[in-house]
Design a protein around this ligand. Structure first.
Ligand SMILES: Cc1cc2nc3c(=O)[nH]c(=O)nc-3n(C[C@H](O)[C@H](O)[C@H](O)COP(=O)(O)OP(=O)(O)OC[C@H]3O[C@@H](n4cnc5c(N)ncnc54)[C@H](O)[C@@H]3O)c2cc1C
Length: 495
């Protein structure tokens, strides 16, 4: 008899859990409140244009343990083409100059030295830190399955990166740039421009990100988010998994210290040997389990760890071709407004010219993203909500026309997705689209996929690792089936 597993949530974590469950002989069912799988990793169509929400870069696009997961889950297949950008981002400074962050470390180093020859030393130091970070090995199994040998191998191979971790693990990006002691005022301003937009963002995460880009292992799969999750959903179905859309879980049913099933919003009861929570962590712990099993660590995380600030995405369908020198600009515009939001740092504008599967011949798709505090949205509804969206659309058009005067008169479609849109479709807590922000304080911490006091219940998804994102979400599904198969005395399989 196959054991039955209920998975709450059909985002990337839920799909990954389902795929590894099916591969290992479990009878799984994904209960998803939306009609489609994908969760935050999604896209939508408006009047013939495709507007992508999620994937800008995918860690593991070409090698390593995350790449194995993308292959095993079908998220990337032989036909998927990966686009590796030359630049990570280009910052448009208030004086109109551009400050480029190249994807390649050597190229960025040369660019910075050309800009500020007097800062050769700190520039070399920063770039060498990035090179050292590239020695960091990633584990391919959960901590409970690692032995002394795994850790010894890790320590030997990752030595230089570990030493950096020890030194800068608790340093914010702003403090890191300051400590390097740059002299050139313009360079200082430009680097602080990056840090401002990231608050207490961890310096280590920034270094890591550029390493992945430099290794060409954080590319963009052409077609974007929707085909990516649809390939996972297809892999799940082909393995016999059951995806039940429009199935909102309201409560997790427990029997003593054990999870035994779920109750849906329409009253349907479903029972299983294991229940996996692969949706919003706050809703799971505080609503679906009535706050009865909150561990001190989870409580502390929600009380102390900052969340990703929610975002507004304005998508534009443009009826002509617009060439861009760079695919994404981060326009530094601190203090300016879009709608009622006063921008803390600025806004990003991406042109999808690099993706022919999204940009049709003779057309152009662009999107603008900016952070907007949750407090501004939480009680907005009805006419006030519609008016805010209209104001955002008109402010955003004006800003886009400033950046790309050629779009004037050619914008056919404007679509505004707000933090409330994200919450309505995915239930994500306070619109924190990647969960907990990775800061200098929580960078090395994770939350457990098991919950003390509640057996046969597991957690998966972005909330378990500060920083969230697609790779840890998918990995959490793989790792928890490594735990479950061991518990059931089965050999873990990936094919
Ligand atoms: C604009 C944007 C850009 C991003 N860019 C990147 C990027 O470039 N690279 C990257 O790696 N990551 C990126 N991310 C982050 C990434 O999308 C997420 O971290 C990841 O998709 C989270 O997956 P998840 O399965 O853990 O959670 P989710 O995607 O939130 O999935 C949870 C699922 O549970 C469902 N659900 C919730 N409550 C219930 C319920 N009661 N009953 C049934 N179902 C329920 C939801 O509908 C949802 O489908 C981005 C996210 C956004 C929004």
């Amino acid at each position: 008899m196959q054991k039955k597993v209920i998975i709450i949530g059909g985002g990337v974590a839920g799909l990954s859990s389902g795929i590894y469950g099916q591969l290992n002989g479990y009878n799984t069912e994904i209960l998803e409140m939306h009609s489609l799988p994908g969760g935050q990793c999604t896209a939508w169509k408006r009047e013939g244009y495709t507007f992508d929400y999620c994937i800008h870069w995918l860690v593991g696009s070409s090698f390593g343990p995350f790449h194995d997961i993308w292959k095993e889950t079908g998220a990337l297949d032989e036909q998927t083409k990966i686009w590796d950008p030359d630049t990570y981002v280009t910052m448009r400074m208030p004086d109109g100059d551009d400050f480029i962050i190249y994807a390649d470390i050597d190229r960025w180093e040369q660019y910075l030295v050309d800009l500020a020859p007097e800062d050769g030393k700190p520039i070399a130091k920063m770039c060498n830190h990035m090179r050292k970070m590239s020695t960091m090995q990633l584990f391919d199994k959960p901590s409970a399955h690692r032995n002394v040998l795994d850790y010894a191998r890790f320590m030997v191979k990752s030595g230089p990166a570990i030493r950096l971790f020890m030194k800068y693990g608790k340093t914010s990006l702003g403090a890191y740039f300051k400590n390097l002691g740059f002299k050139n005022d313009l360079l200082k301003e430009q680097l602080q421009g990056i840090a401002v937009s990231m608050e207490d963002f961890s310096a280590i995460v920034f270094l890591f990100t550029l390493v992945w880009f430099s290794q060409r292992n954080a590319g963009y799969p052409l077609g974007g988010s929707m085909p990516f999750t649809m390939r996972m959903a297809e892999r799940y179905r082909s393995l016999g998994g059951v995806f039940s859309g429009k199935s909102r879980v309201e409560k997790i049913i427990t029997d003593g210290k054990r999870a035994v099933g779920v109750r849906l919003a329409d009253g349907t009861l479903k029972y299983a040997d294991y229940v996996i929570g692969a949706c919003d962590l706050h809703a799971l712990m505080y609503d679906m389990l009535d706050g009865k099993y909150i561990t001190p660590k989870i409580e502390k995380a929600f009380a102390e760890w900052p969340l990703f600030k929610p975002i507004v995405q304005v998508s534009f369908g443009i009826n002509c071709t617009i060439e861009s020198e760079f695919h994404t600009y981060q326009v530094i515009a601190s203090g300016e407004s879009i709608g009622s939001t006063t921008l803390a740092a600025g806004y990003g504008v991406s042109n999808y010219n690099h993706d022919p599967e999204i940009t049709a011949e003779g057309k152009c798709v662009m999107k603008m993203l900016f952070e907007s505090p949750y407090e501004l949205w939480e009680s907005l509804d009805g006419d006030a909500y519609r008016a805010e969206k209209e104001k955002i659309a008109s402010d955003a058009i004006e800003k886009l026309e400033n950046l790309y005067p050629a779009v004037k008169g050619s914008i056919e479609v404007v679509d505004v997705a707000t933090p409330l849109t994200d919450i309505r479709y995915t239930g994500v807590w306070r619109g924190a689209y990647e969960g907990f922000l990775p800061t200098s304080k929580n960078m090395t911490k994770t939350l457990s996929s098991t919950v003390k006091g509640l057996d046969h219940f597991y957690l998966a998804g972005q909330w378990l690792s500060p920083g969230g994102g697609l790779p840890p979400s998918a990995q959490s599904g793989k790792w928890l089936f490594q735990l479950i198969t061991k518990r059931d005395k089965k050999k873990f399989r990936v094919f």
